[in-house]
Design a protein around this ligand. Structure first.
Ligand SMILES: [Fe+2]
Length: 152
């Protein structure tokens, strides 16, 4: 993937689309959290378990490749190097949390009940609340404010 300026509209458009998908996955995670422990839908757990990591990984990849070094006045005005380091650490934390969530959702997709329901609910809620906030901040920084992330 090159980083030429001509790529900017393409990666920005892809990032916006993928942010939308990530927010949809957050809505599904909220649905699952609300359904615990007796009304879990295995098919929904399977869908999220399959999509969450690839979607999150691609969003992080696009942001780290293109957004973080994006040399615009907007980036310089709103994102110090300290902020960018924090955003990279947040990506690491989100990815680790997503791996744990996928493990648990895979159990639920197979109808297993050997999970701690309170801990699972807390894990799902902290993840989707954090990711919604994360996406909203990045959408705002990229000038997408007023789009989908602002609804949360
Ligand atoms: Fe990010």
């Amino acid at each position: 993937m090159s980083k030429s300026k001509s790529d900017c509209p393409r990666w920005l458009a892809e990032l916006n689309r993928r942010h939308t998908r990530l927010l949809m996955l957050c809505d599904m995670l909220e649905n699952i959290a609300d359904s615990l422990p007796r009304h879990v839908t295995p098919a929904l757990c399977r869908t999220v378990a399959t999509s969450l990591k690839p979607e999150l990984d691609r969003v992080c990849e696009i942001e780290e490749l293109f957004c973080f070094p994006y040399p615009t006045g907007l980036a310089e005005a709103h994102a110090s190097s300290e902020t960018l380091c924090r955003m990279c650490r947040e990506h690491e934390g989100d990815r680790a949390a997503a791996e744990e969530i996928v493990r648990t959702l895979t159990k639920l997709a197979h109808g297993r009940k050997d999970v701690n329901w309170d801990a699972t609910g807390y894990m799902l809620r902290s993840f989707f609340v954090g990711v919604r906030r994360h996406v909203a901040n990045e959408q705002c920084m990229l000038g997408f404010s007023g789009t989908q992330a602002s609804r949360h």
